[in-house]
Design a protein around this ligand. Structure first.
Ligand SMILES: C[S@@+](CC[C@H](N)C(=O)[O-])C[C@H]1O[C@@H](n2cnc3c(N)ncnc32)[C@H](O)[C@@H]1O
Length: 340
């Protein structure tokens, strides 16, 4: 059967597949094709969460695919209300999270039952009411299914202990976790600041090139979850897991080769302190929510906040995903000038 397709390098395949599932953009009725260099993914019409070569190709139909193509077709509501259902949802382990628009709140249980039936292996469906507070915890309302909010999520070949309610985690960052880990060179020392349940640190430790990784987060629940994941992963790279405030940690921190700061709405206030602990020639992976109309000006501002253009250059900049109709989550890689 013919379908719109997205071609990505095989090395990015797993993260691309996950990003497409999370955005509701992967066609589950057709079989993904593996070629020598590329993965060919059948995708829905509309905007895609990741870039790649978009083509039109023939795919084999998924064996045993008798069910509907979209979860929306399983929701027992009028056609008028069905048209308002969100297309995207997130899958974290065996939990499905969906943002239910205000006008459809009363259809929550029907949406929950439909997703439970549609997503293979789903145990619990929750209405995602956004993250809040300094720990960036998520407000959730159970829509269908059983059990609690703790789960084991698989990403980039790693199992991550997650509690979707009590510690921050987003499956939409899988590609970023892999990209940053890929950039780490042999023997580098790394700080994962505001690490949450530690997906960056776990991926870097699993890859095995870093000399040492130190993680810091203020949320004790996130810290305990990360320790659990590490106990299972048993990486060769030493990983030190600290609970506390990032600013306080940075005051006495030794210089490192690479630092990650993913605190998108407030991280800017720590950027200068992070920059001070990164060695000559070292890098910072910094994340921020940016209004699309301000992208150009913001890059200059980020460099200034890090310490100025004599010391810092943005060597890579990309959209991670949309954040609102007018804003996006952006990833910046800053490199420190090598001292003369
Ligand atoms: C958006 S989450 C990112 C988590 C993780 N880096 C990831 O990519 O999944 C931000 C994290 O920063 C932590 N945090 C917020 N303010 C902090 C602070 N002042 N010191 C240490 N951690 C902080 C929160 O507890 C939360 O886990």
């Amino acid at each position: 059967m013919r379908s719109r397709a997205l071609r990505v390098p095989r090395s990015d395949g797993e993260a691309a597949r996950r990003a497409l599932i999370d955005a509701g953009s992967l066609r589950t009725d057709l079989r993904i094709r593996v070629e020598a260099e590329e993965l060919v993914l059948p995708v829905e019409d509309g905007p895609l969460p990741i870039s790649g070569k978009v083509t039109d190709e023939e795919f084999a139909v998924q064996e045993g695919h008798e069910g509907p193509r979209r979860y929306q077709d399983l929701v027992a509501v009028s056609a008028e209300r069905r048209a308002l259902l969100p297309r995207a949802f997130d899958v974290v382990g065996d939990i499905v999270l969906i943002r239910v628009p205000d006008g459809l709140v009363e259809d929550g249980p029907a949406i929950g039952r439909a997703l439970l039936a549609f997503v293979p292996g789903a145990r619990l469906v929750g209405a995602d009411e956004g993250v809040h507070g300094a720990d960036r915890r998520r407000s959730l309302r159970a829509l269908a299914g059983t059990g609690g909010w703790r789960t084991l999520h698989r990403e980039n070949g790693i199992q991550i202990d997650v509690d979707v309610e009590r510690a921050y985690f987003s499956p939409r960052l899988a590609r970023e976790h892999a990209r940053v880990a890929h950039a780490v060179r042999e023997g580098e020392t790394v700080y994962d600041l505001c690490c949450g349940v530690g997906p960056f640190a776990l991926t870097i430790a699993r890859d095995g090139r870093a000399g040492r990784v130190t993680t810091v987060d203020r949320n004790p629940v996130a810290v305990e979850l990360l320790k659990g994941s590490l106990a299972r992963l048993r990486p060769k790279v030493p990983v030190e897991v600290l609970q506390g405030d990032v600013e306080q940690f940075l005051r006495g921190a030794k210089p490192v080769d690479r630092a990650i700061l993913n605190l998108p709405l407030q991280g800017i206030k720590y950027l200068a302190s992070v920059a001070r602990v990164v060695r000559s020639g070292g890098s910072i992976h910094y994340y921020e929510v940016v209004e699309r109309s301000e992208i150009e000006a913001r890059a200059m501002n980020v460099v200034e906040r890090a310490g100025g253009s004599d010391d810092w250059t943005i060597v890579e900049e990309r959209e991670v995903h949309a954040y609102s109709p007018t804003a996006e989550l952006r990833a910046y890689t800053l490199r420190r000038t090598v001292a003369a």
